[in-house]
Write a protein of this length. Structure first.
Length: 97
């Protein structure tokens, strides 16, 4: 088991495009068997994300649509500056903010 983290910044001037790009990457990542956690922070320039995975595949992600919807609903709340998405042992994703 070896964890890896890949950072990504979404800093286009167009806020709507940042969300589209971020959502695309989140949706792609959480469906992967190696994915374990995503932390998304709101920055003054846009969004910063940390995608964490495990080189030893765990269970495939489930509940991708629900988790993505919950994550972006939290990001739409101006009082939330950071959200965390974590894959549980059963493959379900949970979102905390």
């Amino acid at each position: 088991m070896a964890l890896f983290t890949s950072p990504a910044d979404f800093t286009e001037e167009d806020e709507a495009q940042n969300k589209v790009d971020l959502k695309s990457q989140v949706t792609l990542f959480i469906g992967q068997p190696t994915s374990t956690k995503i932390e998304i922070s709101r920055t003054t320039e846009g969004y910063h994300a940390e995608f964490t995975g495990d080189s030893s595949p765990t269970s495939p992600g489930t509940g991708v649509d629900q988790a993505t919807t919950a994550a972006f609903a939290a990001l739409d709340d101006a009082s939330k500056t950071k959200i965390t998405m974590v894959k549980q042992s059963n493959g379900n994703w949970t979102v905390t903010s």
